[in-house]
Write a protein that binds this ligand. Structure first.
Ligand code: HEC
Ligand code: HEC
Ligand code: HEC
Ligand code: HEC
Length: 507
């Protein structure tokens, strides 16, 4: 009897194991199928993400939901000192926190930073400003050649760059594997002595696809001659990694080549603007060092019946912590959220301290100049301001670093604050020499006041922009539609200028 029971028990167990194994095999098959090439010929019109939908409906549907990350946050309103820090540079006109990938192309068009061109040749910005917005960019690099792509003004490609960050940005259309076609990434990795994308591990690639865009870069002026013998100048997106990917390494790179993005309009300091070094800072944090990839948190696996897929709604991982954090963490969601909130508050305090000093250092330098201080007297002061603002900007420009790399962020803001204070101590001496020891920098506690000091005329900029939107932008849209370059239906909600959500065209 006992033996019989044991036998039945074993049979049941064996049956269950077999079922489980079949189930696992089934899942594995589904996974493998998902990774299979749609066709060895690739996808015609691969820049249009909707062309991928019939092969990968779940990835497509979740990708489309990046539209839900639609909040526009006016950073100049939240942090007015930024308008003083960036006086004389386009960022003092308009600067919003990032939002969903769905908006990348249209937000670039709508930003006051890209100005109001009237034809393909007018500025202010170079073509390079499209580079991290669209899969149309690798297409143009392949069609026109990299140097031609990087030559000319931003408006040159207004009718060409029309699909927002999409499937062809991160995937090969024949194999569906992760792939990268913009040459600047591998050049940067090699300069830093790191492995190329293709030689990296699968887990590394799950972050490196993001590093196509979420990195620090500058536009390297490059003279070249085209096939017809015409001399041209390209502004090539370049990662400043020759001395490594640390903030100090990049600072030395820029100092060594005497590079500046612009000259500050109040203090006449040669400045460097940080872009969005999410990848570099993430590498210094505990998750980066333990090998947790961007995709692990921002694109967590999702189970749908027997199918497991990556959630392509890239956004705030705290909105679905059960998928993004709880795979690895045992604390309660509330507790983890509380820890993240604490990190944010610490960043806020140090950011406000450092940038208040940076803003004042610019204004005090401007006052010293008015009173007759010489460039020689201000040389060390300007170097301190340049370095202070670079470090402060590298800490905050990525928006996620307070969580990705809290210690590095606080270190950078601490050093930034110290360097700004050193500049201000030296400034007291210079101001005293010119009889202004009691000088108090003017108030920049609101966006209006700060932009006043930066001499930004918002009404004029907005009027020019609206005119551009009604004229040249309409021509771009018409041409793109006629040539079938993008689906206007898909992007019809991307333009939020007229719905009262805009920061410079409020209704
Ligand atoms: C910003 C980069 C990015 C974009 C844009 C993107 N993907 Fe992915 N995709 C990834 C990453 C990262 C993975 C995870 C890859 C892995 O671990 O194998 C992934 C995984 C996949 C997979 C493998 C199965 C799975 O779900 O893990 C498919 C299929 C896929 N994506 C299709 C698409 C399609 C279709 C689009 C456009 C609608 C798209 N992807 C847009 C980065 C991207
Ligand atoms: C082709 C360039 C490009 C690539 C590749 C890219 N991004 Fe982005 N990302 C952007 C741009 C541009 C924005 C800002 C869009 C806007 O504000 O209109 C953005 C915004 C974001 C946001 C803010 C979303 C929100 O709703 O607030 C997150 C998070 C993000 N990206 C993460 C990632 C991750 C993770 C990857 C890799 C899997 C990645 N990105 C790959 C260009 C890119
Ligand atoms: C361990 C999880 C985790 C990893 C790994 C991670 N992130 Fe994040 N990321 C977050 C969280 C949490 C936030 C903060 C969300 C918030 O509070 O707005 C964030 C914020 C961001 C933001 C700012 C979004 C906004 O709208 O302000 C960007 C951009 C971003 N991450 C990109 C990346 C990139 C690129 C990588 C890889 C280089 C990466 N993240 C790695 C969890 C992660
Ligand atoms: C793939 C696994 C993984 C995922 C996903 C992940 N973490 Fe972590 N997390 C780690 C590891 C590993 C550590 C390092 C601590 C250790 O080794 O014990 C860590 C450390 C932390 C710490 C403590 C270190 C610090 O910076 O203060 C916090 C807080 C944290 N994670 C929050 C989050 C949040 C919030 C999410 C989701 C947005 C998340 N983690 C997603 C693996 C993960």
């Amino acid at each position: 009897m006992k033996f019989k029971l044991l036998l039945v028990g074993s049979l049941i167990a064996i049956g269950a194991m077999a079922l489980l194994a079949a189930n696992v095999n089934e899942k594995e098959k589904e996974r493998v199928e998902l990774n299979k090439a749609p066709s060895s010929a690739g996808i015609a019109g691969k820049e249009k993400s909707e062309e991928w939908a019939k092969y990968f409906p779940r990835q497509y549907d979740s990708w489309k939901k990046t539209k839900e990350g639609d909040e526009l946050t006016d950073m100049l309103d939240k942090k007015p000192y930024l308008a003083v820090a960036w006086a004389g540079y386009a960022f003092s006109k308009d600067y919003n926190a990032p939002r969903g990938h769905y908006y990348a192309v249209q937000d670039n068009i709508n930003s006051l930073r890209t100005g109001a061109p009237v034809d393909a040749k007018t500025g202010p910005l170079p073509t390079a400003c499209w580079t991290c917005k669209s899969p149309d960019v690798p297409r143009l690099i392949e069609e026109d050649g990299e140097l031609e792509y990087f030559t000319g003004k931003w408006a040159k490609y207004g009718a060409q760059v029309v699909n927002s960050v999409g499937c062809a940005t991160c995937h090969d259309d024949k194999t569906a594997q992760l792939s990268v076609r913009v040459p600047h990434l591998n050049r940067g990795l090699e300069a830093a002595g790191l492995k190329k994308f293709e030689d990296s591990t699968h887990q590394e690639k799950r972050s490196l696809v993001c590093a196509q865009c979420h990195v620090e870069y500058y536009f390297k002026k490059t003279d070249w001659t085209d096939a017809k013998g015409v001399a041209k100048t390209a502004m090539v997106v370049t990662l400043p990694y020759k001395n490594g990917t640390t903030v100090e390494g990049m600072e030395k790179y820029y100092d060594d080549i005497n590079f500046s993005d612009w000259t500050h309009s109040i203090s006449k300091t040669p400045m460097i603007k940080a872009q969005h070094p999410d990848w570099e800072l993430w590498k210094t944090g505990i998750h980066g060092q333990k090998g947790v990839s961007c995709a692990d948190c921002h694109m967590p696996y999702t189970q749908e019946g027997a199918v497991k897929y990556s959630d392509h709604q890239i956004g705030n991982p705290l909105a679905n912590m059960d998928k993004s954090c709880m795979n690895c963490h045992r604390e309660s969601e509330t507790k983890l959220k509380g820890i993240v909130a604490q990190k944010f508050e610490r960043k806020e305090l140090m950011m406000d301290l450092a940038f208040d000093n940076i803003g004042k250092a610019h204004l005090e330098t401007g006052e010293a100049m008015k009173l007759g201080a010489t460039d020689a007297e201000l040389k060390e002061i300007r170097t301190l301001i340049r370095h202070a603002q670079w470090k402060g900007d590298m800490a905050i420009a990525g928006h996620g670093a307070f969580f990705h790399a809290p210690e590095e962020l606080l270190r950078l803001l601490g050093v930034a604050n110290d360097q700004a204070q050193q500049a201000r101590i030296k400034l007291v001496k210079v101001l005293a020499k010119y009889g202004a020891i009691d000088y108090v920098a003017p108030d920049f506690s609101s966006k209006e006041k700060a932009q006043g000091l930066a001499k930004v005329n918002m009404a004029e900029l907005a009027a020019e922009k609206m005119k551009f939107k009604q004229t040249l932008e309409q021509e771009w849209k018409k041409e793109a539609k006629a040539k079938g370059r993008a689906n206007p239906e898909l992007y019809k909600d991307a333009d939020t200028i007229d719905n009262g959500k805009s920061v410079w065209n409020k209704k």
